[in-house]
Design a protein around this ligand. Structure first.
Ligand code: NAD
Ligand code: DAU
Length: 352
């Protein structure tokens, strides 16, 4: 496969690229990322020179550029991670979420259709070249919130509550339409909350680990009893590769590892592991429209595709805490903003 990985300088995309180089090294990877505040190429510095990996700085909404990337690299597969991904930011500035997450996805779908369809100008044709696929990386947040009981299945109605999740749901529906109307071979995956190395410290787990190490207040929204279903990012990567390789075209697959935890319990686990005091916990005003509980029913991907998560939550979180402890310099460069200079330092000489 020649795989276009969009958003590969972000948390999950970067881990996916590294996971693929270790576990499926026969595939070529082209990373297209606009390097927004969330894109950090430094996280991939160890494979920057790998001959099976190529980075291009570009916006997925730039259709001409996307077409050039498809043609130059003979792209056969797309894994679309590129998105604005942080719920709190979407509450402050929704527009970029709709633009990147919906219009950006549509730009990629059009490019894939134009390059893969055997008769691109025939609107009735549904024939594509062999062995091509578009994988849309979506989220369990498109289903909205659960009460005390129940789990999200692939047929749970979409009911997004934040501008972020509404934009992701919009992208899912556009993907569905491109499969139904044009026959584009695609899958949608909907994963629960990820954690692991290289996550931007605006999200719960890296933020709490960092503040705890620094003995700064730990800001818990509302009563801290909101529940998320956590999955180690390496398990998300193996699930995506499974769906990319063996998923039935047109199907949606939920991804989760049955690890429901209340936010406050995670914060306490981090405090205990780092040997700090619970006095650091600071309850703050709740997030508007805060989803109370998420839980993924993973029956479809486990029974139909044979995927299984490898990490228990406790082992995964201990390893993650250890990673942040050992990589404090990475965290400091992210927090100081210095990481944004990496692209210039690394790539500028080759442009001159
Ligand atoms: P992230 O914010 O860490 O990374 C997003 C990446 O996309 C960044 O590198 C950014 O520079 C890039 N990007 C943004 N706009 C772009 C554009 N217009 N063109 C090209 N690149 C652009 O996000 P993440 O946490 O790694 O999430 C990746 C994907 O997985 C997202 O689609 C998200 O919705 C989905 N997802 C995330 C989680 C989670 O827990 N983090 C769970 C389920 C699904
Ligand atoms: O469920 C998948 C989603 O998980 C992804 O689609 C999103 O891209 C990803 O950001 C994540 O969304 P959440 O809103 O669940 O993640 P976040 O880390 O922002 O928050 C997790 C929980 O912790 C949530 O209930 C809010 C709470 N929280 C978060 C922060 C940053 C706090 O209590 N305090 C905080 O400071």
């Amino acid at each position: 496969m020649n795989i276009l990985v969009t958003g590969g300088a972000g948390f999950i995309g970067g881990n996916f690229i590294r996971w693929m180089r270790q576990n499926a090294p026969e595939h070529r990877l082209v990373n297209v990322d606009a390097l927004t505040y969330a894109g950090n190429l430094e996280s991939l510095s160890d494979i920057a020179e790998d001959e099976y990996y190529h980075f291009i700085r570009a916006d997925i909404r730039d259709r001409l550029k996307m077409d050039e990337v498809f043609r130059t690299h003979d792209i056969t597969h797309v894994v679309n991670f590129a998105a604005e991904s942080h719920v709190d930011r979407s509450i402050v500035d929704p527009e970029i979420f709709l633009s990147t997450n919906i219009i950006g996805t549509q730009s990629l779908l059009d490019t894939a259709k134009a390059n893969w369809k055997l008769a691109p100008d025939d609107k009735y044709s549904r024939e594509y070249r062999g062995n091509v696929k578009f994988l849309q990386v979506s989220t369990d947040e498109v289903y909205g919130a659960l009460g005390k009981e129940g789990m999200f299945t692939e047929t749970t109605p979409l009911s997004p509550n934040s501008p972020y999740s509404a934009a992701k749901a919009g992208a899912d529906l556009v993907c569905r339409a491109y499969h139904e109307t044009f026959g584009l071979p695609l899958n949608i995956t909907r994963c629960s909350n990820n954690y692991g190395p290289y996550q931007f410290p605006e999200k719960l787990i890296p933020l709490m680990i960092h503040n705890c190490i620094q003995e700064k207040p730990l800001p818990v929204y509302g009563d801290g009893m909101q529940i998320r279903d956590w999955l180690h990012v390496f398990d998300h990567c193996s699930a995506i590769y499974t769906v990319l390789s063996r998923g039935e075209p047109g199907e949606i697959y939920n991804i989760g590892g049955n690890n429901e935890r209340a936010n406050i319990d995670i914060v306490r686990f981090i405090i205990l592991t780092l040997g700090k005091t619970e006095q650091l916990i600071t309850y703050v005003k709740d997030r508007p429209g805060h989803d109370r509980r998420y839980a993924i029913d993973n029956t479809k991907i486990t029974t139909k595709l044979g995927w299984r998560p490898a990490y228990t939550f406790e082992r995964g979180l201990m390893g993650t805490i250890e990673w942040y402890r050992a990589n404090s310099a990475w965290m400091e460069r992210v927090l100081s903003g210095e990481y944004t200079d990496y692209y210039e330092r690394m790539y500028a000489p080759s442009f001159s």
